[in-house]
Design a protein around this ligand. Structure first.
Ligand SMILES: Cc1ncc(COP(=O)(O)O)c(C=O)c1O
Length: 371
C-alpha cells in the first residue's frame, strides 16, 4: 500500500501540472485532439489491425461456443517436453539470449483428389518470379502432395531458377496409406529449398512459437542475417527443451511410441470420429491425408441464411449461423483465399486435435442438430 501511495502521489501532482498547462492554452491536450500526422501508421499497414484470427478469437471467447475452428490443440503436449522446459529454466545461462546458431550439413472426398494444376501454376511465373512457397501436408485441405506433383513443382523451380520455401510444419501428421515427401530430396532441389518446421505442430506446443529452417548453407546464411537484424533471439529455455525433446524422439525413431508416429495414430482415430459425425448430419467432409483439419462441404444442409448481408461469402454466413444457433465454431475456408473465392465458398474447416471430452461435446451438438 505504501509503495502504491508513494508512486501515486507524484503521478497525481503531474496530472495537476498537466491540467494547469492545458488550461493556460499553451498546449492543446485533450483526448479528442487530432493525432499528429507523424504518429499515424504507415498506409501500408492500414486495415491490418483486424483480420480473421482477431475476429474468430473474439467469437471463440464466448464460453458457450465449442471452438473447433482454430488450431488450438487441447490435448496435453508430451510430458517430457514440459519436463525438459522445467529443467532448462533452472540453468542460469538458459535464461539469457539464445546461443548463436550454426547450420549443420548435412476418391473425390479425399484430399488426394485435389490435384495440382501444373499448367496453371506455370502460367503464374514471369521474369520477376524469385520464389515459390509450397505447403505439404497442407492446411486447410489436408492434402499431401504426391511425388509426381512435387517433381512437377521441382521442374518449374529449376527451369525458372527460383527458390522454393517448403512449409512442412505438419510433416509427421500423416495418416494410414500416405507418405510425406520432402521436395528438398528431389534431384536439383536441395540447393534451392528452405524447409520449414514447427515445434508447435511437431510437439503440440503452439504457444511456444518456435520453429526451424533446413537448407543449404548459402540460403540459411542469408536467413541468419535477417534473423540477426529482426527478432535476433528466441526464448532460450524453450529452444533447449525443444532440442532435448528432439534428442529423445530421434533416438526412438524405430519405436512406435516415438511421438512423431504416436501423435498421428492418436489423431487418426479423432479424424475418423469427426468424419463420421459430420457425415451423420449430411455434411460432406474431405478426408484429409495429413494435418489436423477437415474441410467439409456444408452446402447440402441448405440452411436459411437470408438474414445475412448479400456480399458475404456463403461459408462465412454459414459459420455465423452455426455459432449463433448451434454454439459451434469452425473457420470459413474463403478466409484463406483472396482469389477463386467462389470455388471454396461451400467449405468450412474443423480442427480435430482435441481431447475426447471436446469431441464428446461436438457429438452432443451433432446429435441435437435437427432437434
Ligand atoms: C501451414 C502452416 N504453416 C505455418 C504455421 C505457423 O506455425 P507456428 O505456429 O509454429 O508458427 C501454421 C499454423 O497454423 C500453418 O498451418
Amino acid at each position: 500500500m505504501y509503495l502504491i501511495r508513494r508512486y501515486l502521489c507524484p503521478l497525481s501532482n503531474k496530472a495537476k501540472l498537466l491540467k494547469i498547462t492545458c488550461s493556460s492554452g499553451c498546449l492543446r491536450f485533450s483526448t479528442s485532439a487530432k493525432m499528429s500526422k507523424k504518429f499515424k501508421n504507415a498506409r501500408r499497414i492500414e486495415g491490418l489491425d483486424s483480420n480473421m484470427w482477431v475476429e474468430f478469437s473474439k467469437l471463440a471467447s464466448d464460453p458457450s461456443v465449442l471452438n473447433l475452428g482454430q488450431d488450438l490443440p487441447d490435448i496435453p503436449p508430451p510430458i517430457y517436453i514440459k519436463e525438459e522446459l522445467a529443467k532448462a529454466s533452472t540453468i542460469d545461462e538458459m535464461n539469457q539470449y539464445t546461443r548463436s546458431f550454426k547450420p549443420t550439413k548435412g476418391n473425390e472426398w479425399s484430399s488426394a483428389a485435389w490435384i495440382l494444376d501444373l499448367k496453371e501454376l506455370e502460367s503464374k511465373f514471369n521474369s520477376k518470379t524469385k520464389l515459390l512457397i509450397i505447403n505439404t501436408p497442407q492446411n486447410p485441405t489436408g492434402k499431401i502432395f504426391s511425388r509426381e506433383e512435387l517433381k512437377g513443382v521441382a521442374n518449374l523451380c529449376i527451369k525458372h531458377d527460383i527458390i522454393c520455401i517448403s512449409d512442412e510444419v505438419y510433416e509427421w501428421l500423416v495418416y494410414t496409406g500416405n507418405k510425406h515427401i520432402k521436395i528438398a530430396t528431389l534431384p536439383g532441389m536441395w540447393e534451392r529449398t528452405i524447409t520449414v518446421g514447427s515445434a508447435g505442430k511437431t510437439f503440440s506446443v503452439t504457444g511456444w512459437k518456435l520453429g526451424w529452417s533446413i537448407g543449404p548453407r548459402s540460403l540459411i546464411k542469408q536467413m541468419q542475417t535477417v534473423q540477426q537484424n529482426s527478432i535476433f533471439t528466441c526464448a532460450t529455455p524453450l529452444q533447449e527443451a525443444l532440442a532435448r525433446a528432439f534428442q529423445i524422439d530421434i533416438k526412438r525413431m524405430n519405436d512406435p511410441e516415438c511421438y512423431f508416429y504416436s501423435l498421428a495414430r492418436e489423431l487418426e482415430v479423432k479424424r475418423d470420429r469427426m468424419i463420421q459425425l459430420l457425415r451423420s448430419i449430411g455434411l460432406k467432409p474431405i478426408v484429409p491425408e495429413g494435418g489436423y483439419f477437415i474441410i467439409a462441404d456444408v452446402s447440402a444442409l441448405n440452411v436459411g441464411l437470408s438474414d445475412r448481408k448479400k456480399n458475404e461469402a456463403y461459408d462465412y454466413k454459414f459459420v455465423m449461423w452455426m455459432i449463433k444457433n448451434k454454439k459451434l465454431l469452425a473457420i470459413p475456408v474463403t478466409k484463406f483465399c483472396n482469389v477463386y473465392r467462389k470455388d471454396f465458398e461451400k467449405y468450412v474447416r474443423f480442427c480435430f486435435i482435441k481431447q475426447d471430452s471436446t469431441l464428446d461435446a461436438f457429438e452432443k451438438i451433432i446429435k441435437n442438430w435437427n432437434k
